[in-house]
Design a protein. Structure first.
Length: 445
């Protein structure tokens, strides 16, 4: 264990995390002063109360979109950016223990938000306080920025960036160690085309998920089953519908999944000839989730483009597909979309944008990335670790000179967004050690 973070700091962090987990903070209908519901407002108030008790200056946006806490002084501002909202607990019967207990069970802090992102936020907060407890003085302001809408549409952090001063540099403890220096651009959109009186489909899942199930309840079921069998696509029957089987995975890893919607569309294209929106999938896109069949080989140092088609709805009025693109960091976004618009025109489809997040890219040779890597390697002994890229998205991409740094260790089991979310206490303490030394190197030495 580090000498910077001592037993009293760790115990105080565990108590604070228990308080945070005890506040369910998932998105609900807006109320005055609570744009994302009263529970998230309570969680924001709780973290700011904890910060105030530590002696930090705090501020809460009067409209309830964000809050922050500061310590130190100077012209520059080092930001540590996290969020206090969580996904819902879901089916409580799937939890072994109360998801809002914050209890330590089998040496792990248990509850919704333990990993994402209340645990890492609290770990970073008390790591910084530990430095002050050891007598260190900061040469710049350190600002903890608390978002409230990370799990939905990032509206809280958007308001922060609209109203508040920019940070000089910083990190977001909302991913995994060592350092994520690049996050692909995220474009979500629709492809929309003509409908059909002959084909009826309504299947799929969220933008950011590869669907593992696609139901078909329309006509020519015998022919569709024959087409699925000919292609070797797994399916089963439920009542009066066909269910095509796939393998679910996050959209950022789409090539590693099996997309049931694409498989159903390919089979339907075999049966219903001449319908251009189905030809788009069956004869052009097929099952290549890198989009290579459509857009060519799009890649850079951050990896390949991923292109997930997560839903297909065909009615007499229209055909509509959800798409999720994870765009390599140096690729010209608008040029790529122009190429996509032109390609889909050949299939009577129109591109309709939904949401876009610009990429994160802080070069590996910057002092920020190099320092964080050195601190991580020193504290873990993992000298082979390298800066990493991600198809996922953290608040780091909303700030200048900011990267994702922790709080999960590579060996930490992933319970984010799952039942029985928990964070091993020893891993939390190791994260505190890493955070403390990183802030010392960047803001004290």
């Amino acid at each position: 264990m580090s000498e910077l973070v001592q037993a009293a700091d760790r115990e105080a962090a565990l108590k604070a995390l228990k308080k945070m987990i005890a506040v369910p903070s998932y998105n609900e209908p807006a109320e005055p002063g609570a744009p994302f519901g009263p529970k998230i407002k309570l969680a924001l108030a709780e973290i700011l109360k904890i910060c105030a008790e530590l002696g930090y200056q705090t501020y809460q946006d009067p409209n309830g979109y964000y809050g922050y806490a500061e310590t130190g002084s100077g012209k520059e501002t080092f930001g540590i950016i996290g969020h206090v909202d969580t996904v819902p607990a879901g089916d409580l019967s799937t939890w072994i223990h109360d998801p809002f207990s914050g209890e330590i069970i089998d040496n792990a802090v248990y509850g919704r938000g333990a990993q994402d992102d209340k645990g890492p936020v609290v770990a970073a907060l008390f790591a910084v306080k530990a430095l002050e407890n050891r007598g260190f003085k900061f040469k710049q302001k350190i600002r903890f920025i608390f978002g409230t809408d990370e799990e939905i549409l990032w509206r809280g952090i958007a308001q922060y960036n609209k109203k508040e001063e920019s940070i000089t540099q910083g990190f977001s403890p909302d991913a995994s160690f060592p350092v994520t220096y690049a996050e692909k651009g995220l474009q979500q959109a629709y492809l929309v085309g003509p409908g059909s009186d002959e084909i009826t489909v309504d299947t799929g899942s969220a933008f950011n998920a590869v669907p593992d199930r696609a139901e078909y309840f329309g006509s020519k079921q015998a022919e569709v089953k024959a087409a699925l069998a000919k292609r070797g696509f797994a399916y089963h029957e439920e009542d009066s519908k066909i269910v095509v089987e796939g393998k679910a995975i996050h959209a950022m890893l789409a090539p590693k999944g099996v997309n049931a919607v694409l498989r159903l569309a390919c089979a339907l294209d075999d049966v219903f000839e001449g319908f251009l929106p189905l030809d788009f999938i069956g004869k052009c896109f097929k099952e290549d989730a890198t989009g290579k069949n459509l857009l060519g080989d799009v890649q850079d140092e951050s990896g390949h483009l991923t292109f997930n088609i997560s839903s297909l709805k065909i009615t007499p009025k229209e055909t509509r597909m959800q798409i999720d693109l994870r765009v390599p960091v140096t690729i010209n976004h608008e040029a790529l979309l122009d190429r996509l618009r032109q390609k889909v025109k050949d299939y009577d489809l129109i591109y309709e944008p939904f949401d876009y997040l610009a990429p994160l890219y802080v070069p590996k040779d910057t002092a920020l990335v190099q320092t964080l890597m050195q601190v991580y390697q020193k504290n873990t002994g993992d000298m082979t670790a390298q800066p990493q890229v991600s198809g996922g998205a953290t608040f780091a991409r909303t700030m200048p000179n900011c990267v994702a740094f922790g709080g999960m260790l590579p060996k930490t089991p992933d319970y984010m967004h799952q039942a029985n979310e928990q964070w091993p206490v020893d891993d939390m303490f190791k994260a505190m050690d890493i955070f403390a030394e990183a802030v010392k190197k960047l803001c004290v030495d």
